[in-house]
Design a protein around this ligand. Structure first.
Ligand code: SF4
Ligand code: SF4
Length: 385
């Protein structure tokens, strides 16, 4: 495992961090984590050099209103002698904060759920235009100062899903230790993008990157033309390796978080991380990544990262699946794509796009600011129902 300094914190972090939003589950139920397999992943990752574990209040929950199972499972595991081996990161569920007291309420609950006295990293979760002014009005900055002084949290940061203007405003409004943003070779101009990444680095703030594989879409069911492009390289690498190496190549990136579901994925990612040094890609490599990016961008896509924050839909629409299958059909697979994707799309006909009544409940919840009902209309058109 390779390690980099996490900005001004001075902490040496493994370049691969273990995200716990996609742990293995039983019967496809997001709330039923397969604890045995999840613990196997956590144990193997940490025993093999990962020293950063990332969780959040809603991960592995079926509703945003209450805590999910990720913090519980991670807390139970770390208690078995692993807590001191990792930097533990979790996040303030900003959408649940409506009064000042809520800040403290959630932190204390999270400390209990994760069975610890302190968090190494505490991030203000999912900063966006809707929550930011309200959090500032409620005294967020004074609160963050206090929990650091009290020793409940070592380092403070925020994770972000909005545009660059807001990003720069948030960056300049507090003395952050770390920042977590979405980055992969397809998203360089998306949200805070590369400009944001470079700004964070210029201030010596720890740069944490999420969604290196864009929710798996950069590696799953990639279309033959993209596969041909990758295969045209003299140096043979898997799509996952190209995606991770693109990020590890940048000196600005301190740590790349990946939510791993299987031991095989973890082993592949650990292997890739062994080669993740700064400036290790050649000019030819960069050119090929650019070609793949252009080829992907020339296809239609809706930008859904399958994070699931928009769920549950009151009408039962499985929004992430609808948008995912549409993307796969239009962007990542061959001419039979629509038929193949329709098969998965139709597994439960009660959850497809035609059930949407355009109530718009989901729109403010979307981390990618998608107009979900409009996107669902396109889905319906392509799949015919
Ligand atoms: S707009 Fe459609 S998808 Fe969104 S919550 Fe309402 S019914 Fe569900
Ligand atoms: S529609 Fe938005 S909130 Fe829902 S899964 Fe996609 S990106 Fe996430």
């Amino acid at each position: 495992m390779l390690y980099r300094e996490l900005g001004k914190t001075g902490e040496k972090v493994s370049i691969l961090g273990l995200g716990t939003m996609r742990l293995p589950v039983i019967d496809g139920d997001n709330e039923k984590i397969d604890v045995e397999k999840a613990e196997e992943i956590l144990k193997y990752g940490i025993d093999n050099g990962i020293n950063y574990v990332d969780t959040a209040y809603p991960y592995h929950g079926n509703s945003l209103d209450k805590g999910g199972m990720s913090e519980i499972v991670v807390g139970n595991f770390l208690e078995k002698g692993y807590r001191d081996k990792v930097l533990l990161a979790t996040k303030l569920p900003t959408w649940l904060v409506s009064k000042k007291e809520d800040f403290e309420y959630y932190l204390n609950e999270q400390l209990k759920r994760l069975k610890t006295d302190y968090f190494d990293i505490y991030l203000v979760h999912d900063v966006n235009k809707t929550v930011w002014p309200m959090l500032v009005d409620l005294g967020l900055f004074e609160y963050l100062d206090k929990i650091k002084e009290d020793g409940k949290v070592k380092y403070i940061g925020f994770s972000f899903h909005d545009d660059l203007d807001l990003f720069l405003e948030v960056m300049d409004s507090y003395d952050w230790d770390v920042v977590q943003t979405q980055m992969n070779y397809l998203d360089t101009a998306y949200e805070s993008g590369l400009t944001g990444l470079q700004y964070v680095s210029s201030l010596n703030i720890g740069n944490i990157v999420m969604e290196p594989l864009r929710g798996g879409s950069l590696v799953n069911n990639i279309s033959p033309d993209i596969e041909d492009l990758w295969n045209s390289s003299e140096v043979k690498r898997s799509p996952a390796e190209w995606a991770f190496r693109y990020l590890y190549d940048m000196e600005e990136v301190d740590i790349v978080l990946s939510g791993m579901t299987t031991l095989e994925q973890l082993k592949e990612n650990l292997d890739i991380a062994e080669r993740g040094t700064v400036n290790s890609l050649s000019k030819k490599d960069h050119k090929l990544i650019e070609e793949v990016t252009l080829a992907l961008k020339s296809k239609k896509m809706n930008g859904c990262t399958e994070c699931g924050y928009c769920m549950p839909c009151p009408e039962g629409v499985d929004i992430p699946t609808c948008l995912k299958e549409y993307n796969r059909a239009m962007m990542f697979v061959d001419a039979n794509a629509v038929d193949v994707s329709r098969y998965y799309y139709d597994v439960d006909e009660n959850s497809n796009a035609s059930k949407c009544n355009e109530c718009k409940t989901c729109i403010p919840l979307c981390t990618q600011q998608l107009n979900i009902p409009e996107e669902l209309k396109k889905v319906k058109k392509v799949f015919g129902r």
